[in-house]
Design a protein around this ligand. Structure first.
Ligand SMILES: [Zn+2]
Length: 120
C-alpha cells in the first residue's frame, strides 16, 4: 500500500484503510498487526482517513484538524494553560468551572495507571 505511513505504535507496514460498519461515509486506517490494532481517526473519505493517519504530531491535535468524540474527556490547550475538559457540541466544558475559550489543540487522555504500575 503506497502513501500510508507505517504504524506509529508498532512500526508495522501492515496498515490499511477500511470502511467502518460498511458505511461509505466512515473510514479509518488501522494497523493489522496482531496485538497492536492502532486506529486512526474516523473520516468521511478514505483519502481523509489516510491523511489523518499520516499526520504525526507530538500528540496535540489542532481543533481545525479534528475534534474528539462528543463528551469524551481530553486534555485541551488554549495557548496559556492545559485543562481536562470535553467538547459538548457548543464549547469546551470544564466540569465545575465553565467553558474554556480559545482552545487551539487537544489530545486524548493517557490510559490510567495499571495495578502496581509498570516501570519502563
Ligand atoms: Zn501497529
Amino acid at each position: 500500500m503506497t502513501g500510508i505511513k507505517n504504524c506509529p505504535f508498532c512500526g508495522s507496514s501492515n496498515v490499511k484503510p477500511y470502511n467502518l460498519l460498511g458505511q461509505d461515509t466512515d473510514y479509518a486506517v488501522a494497523c493489522c498487526q496482531i496485538d497492536c490494532g492502532a486506529e486512526g481517526p474516523d473520516k468521511s473519505t478514505e483519502q481523509a482517513a489516510i491523511t489523518a493517519w499520516n499526520t504525526r504530531t507530538d500528540g496535540w491535535i489542532s481543533v481545525t484538524f479534528d475534534m474528539p468524540k462528543n463528551k469524551e474527556k481530553v486534555i485541551i490547550h488554549n495557548s496559556k494553560n492545559m485543562y481536562i475538559a470535553h467538547y459538548d457540541g457548543w464549547g469546551w466544558l470544564l466540569s465545575g468551572f465553565g467553558y474554556i475559550n480559545n482552545v487551539t489543540h487537544w489530545m486524548p487522555l493517557p490510559n490510567p495507571p495499571t495495578k502496581g504500575g509498570d516501570a519502563k
